[in-house]
Write a new protein. Structure first.
Length: 393
């Protein structure tokens, strides 16, 4: 089955481009770029009006977006939720997704991976193609088990990016569908994040520096991501030998206006003076460069992230990683990085102080993180996906 071409359908309007920091295009690019020689080149279904500078890891199938329904996004969600509770199709979601597969009759028989799109599954021609739901988040929270059964009855597999997410998803599935759950952890492009001028072997044996500890946060500036927890930890420490770089905006654009939360984070960080550098959203290539300059990458999420890509990216950059002990984060951090309770700025401060005062510990942690990243690159994830799809019907 895995010898069939993989066709990835990403969220309508999302960009398959290095200009975006969105997780789904990053994952799809990583998987497509690791397709073994001799297997069919994958394709990605992309709306025609999205960024033209696209990743070259897959063929592009373009489509014209659906004519908008006369509803705002919030009204559309309420409508779909109400229809679903009545046992009726969620018309707004299906309206948007129908455009993505309008030409599927002309595609060669493929495995069609519906990313974060349960309502796309019934629209895939299962006589010609193999429908697979690829879950990057908890998608079924508003579904009752009987609606999940109806919508996903023809799905061949449900891929989840972590064991934690698979466990959450199972709670909203009928027993008849739970055996279709598969876990494929995300990977990382080790070469893209490798520090300039250092081979992986050289980086593994490099001693930690003796200058100020450089701590980096990369992520959306929203409460769920916990940048304020990191700022509070460093204000508690008030150490001149730690400097902080915060990278991110509330959305995926550097021009997004500051939200009240962002102003709150900046006000707290102002007490650190010139030891903090706050930057807006950065494209993927710039994120690589910023992580390469980090001694420690912190992922202080409050919410149960299904899988935080920044964890592996920080590891691949040769940094020690500290992450919240919640959701799918421990599945990457445990055993090599450092876990702290979510929202616990005192515990995070203690972990940062330990790495600052013990540079040998910092070096050991960074080296272990890099070895872990090298063993979990995108080729490993792509192989796991092929294995998960072997034998599905």
């Amino acid at each position: 089955m895995s010898a069939r071409r993989h066709v990835h359908v990403i969220t309508p309007g999302d960009h398959y481009s290095p200009r975006t920091g969105s997780a789904i295009p990053t994952v799809v690019h990583g998987l497509c770029g690791s397709t073994p020689a001799g297997e069919p080149r994958p394709a990605v279904v992309v709306r025609r009006d999205t960024y033209p500078d696209r990743y070259d890891s897959a063929d592009i199938i373009e489509y014209d977006g659906a004519r908008p329904l006369p509803l705002g996004p919030r009204s559309a969600r309420y409508l779909d939720g109400g229809l679903g509770s009545l046992g009726l199709p969620r018309v707004s979601a299906r309206h948007d997704f129908a455009a993505t597969v309008c030409d599927q009759g002309s595609w060669e028989p493929s495995i069609v991976l519906a990313h974060n799109a349960p309502q796309l599954v019934p629209l895939i021609d299962s006589h010609r193609h193999v429908p697979v739901l690829y879950a990057h988040n908890q998608l079924l929270r508003t579904y009752r088990s009987w609606e999940s059964r109806r919508v996903l009855s023809r799905v061949a597999a449900i891929i989840c990016v972590s064991e934690a997410l698979a466990e959450q998803t199972a709670a909203f599935l009928p027993r008849s569908l739970r055996d279709r759950l598969r876990v494929v952890h995300n990977g990382v492009d080790v070469e893209a994040f490798r520090r300039e001028g250092a081979t992986p072997a050289e980086r593994e044996t490099a001693p930690a520096g003796s200058g100020p500890l450089h701590v980096v946060f990369v992520g959306r500036m929203i409460p769920d991501k916990g940048a304020d927890v990191l700022v509070d930890a460093l204000v508690r420490l008030d150490r001149p030998d730690i400097r902080l770089t915060l990278v991110g905006s509330s959305g995926f654009s550097a021009s997004d206006p500051l939200t009240p939360y962002e102003r709150e984070v900046r006000a707290g960080a102002a007490t650190l003076g010139d030891r903090v550098d706050i930057r807006p959203f950065a494209p993927r290539r710039e994120v690589s460069r910023l992580l390469q300059g980090a001694d420690v990458v912190v992922v202080p999420s409050r919410w149960p992230e299904p899988f935080a890509l920044t964890v592996l990216e920080g590891m691949a950059a040769g940094a020690a990683v500290i992450g919240s002990d919640i959701g799918g984060i421990p599945e990457s951090v445990r055993g090599v990085g450092i876990l702290v309770p979510p929202g616990d700025s005192a515990g995070l401060a203690e972990a940062l102080e330990g790495l600052t005062d013990d540079r040998a510990l910092l070096a050991r942690t960074a080296q272990a993180c890099l070895r872990y990243a090298r063993a979990h690159d995108w080729s490993t994830a792509a192989a796991a996906l092929r294995q998960a799809l072997d034998g599905v019907a």
